[in-house]
Design a protein around this ligand. Structure first.
Ligand code: SIN
Length: 286
């Protein structure tokens, strides 16, 4: 039976237990997971060790899947899976090595950004004491919105922001070579600064340090100032859950209400994660 638990380290989100995805999950269990995901933004299950096929099947319970445009990092048999890894095999990186090193939600540079993501931990680096490295941090942009004062909430009402894939280089992310088609498909995208959740209607701040470049209609300085202020606010410690991975973990996050950040503290120790991404939509204004 599905059980939800929140430990002291979690300002939001649930660990789900009592579920074995590999054994098959019934409609009531899927609905329970979907409800927790929509309301909390992060849910995870330990000891699942899903095969790529099972990950794709499980992810599809929650929506249609993206095929990520970074084709060079897709799983060779399951293109719905983006491989995030520092492992090099036969002289070739098996995945994207530096994904997510700055706070962001997935695909906000696209006209229809992602609704949510499912990540499976295949190989997790450890330190000399056996403790896991390569944590992922999750910030609730919904809790952060709730904590804004009423004046600021009113100020943000109706604002829109521009998001851009290339903006990641401003932050020092490693260059990814895009072909002409990939570049053309990723012109600037404009989204509301405050996003209304497509299922719950809850509001959250939809501006992130990796991809958001400007606020529509603002002078550059004011735009930068507001983006920096909102990004600093969303990622305050009280809104952040830091996930310590174990091999076999399955973790889902909601890209409408949660931003994430990968901690690159593991050097050459092997890390391999498989990510599927749920399709979203062109989000309407708040
Ligand atoms: C990402 O999806 O941005 C990367 C997350 C991770 O590798 O922990």
């Amino acid at each position: 039976m599905l059980r939800l638990q929140r430990t002291g380290a979690m300002p939001f989100g649930y660990e789900i237990s009592g579920v074995d995805i590999n054994a098959g999950i019934d409609a009531a269990t899927r609905a329970g997971i979907a409800r927790a995901f929509d309301s909390e933004g992060v849910v995870f299950l330990r000891r699942q060790a899903l095969s790529p096929a099972h990950q794709v099947e499980f992810s599809r319970y929650f929506g249609d899947l993206e095929i990520h445009f970074l084709k060079q990092f897709l799983h060779s048999d399951y293109p719905e899976i983006l491989v995030i890894s520092n492992i090099v095999e036969h002289g070739r990186p098996v995945g994207q090595a530096d994904a997510g090193r700055y706070w962001h939600s997935d695909l906000t540079y696209a006209a229809a950004p992602s609704r949510g993501s499912v990540m499976c931990a295949v190989e997790v680096p450890i330190n000399d004491a056996g403790a896991p490295l390569g944590d992922t941090c999750f910030a609730s942009a919904a809790l952060a919105y709730d904590a804004l004062d009423a004046d600021m909430q009113r100020r943000l009402d109706g604002l829109q922001a521009v998001h851009r894939f290339d903006a990641r280089y401003r932050r020092g992310a490693a260059k990814v070579e895009l072909d002409a088609g990939q570049q053309a498909a990723h012109a600037d995208a404009v989204h509301p600064v405050v996003l209304r959740h497509p299922v719950t209607g809850r509001r959250s701040i939809y501006v992130n340090e990796l991809f958001t470049v400007s606020i529509v209609g603002f002078a550059e300085k004011d735009s930068r100032h507001l983006i920096d202020e909102l990004c600093a606010h969303v990622t305050r410690a009280e809104f952040v859950y830091r996930h310590k991975w174990q091999p076999g973990d399955v973790l889902m996050w909601d890209n409408c209400t949660v931003q994430h950040l990968a901690i690159g503290d593991y050097g050459d120790a092997r890390r391999r994660m498989h990510k599927t991404t749920l399709k979203g939509a062109a989000w309407a204004s708040s």
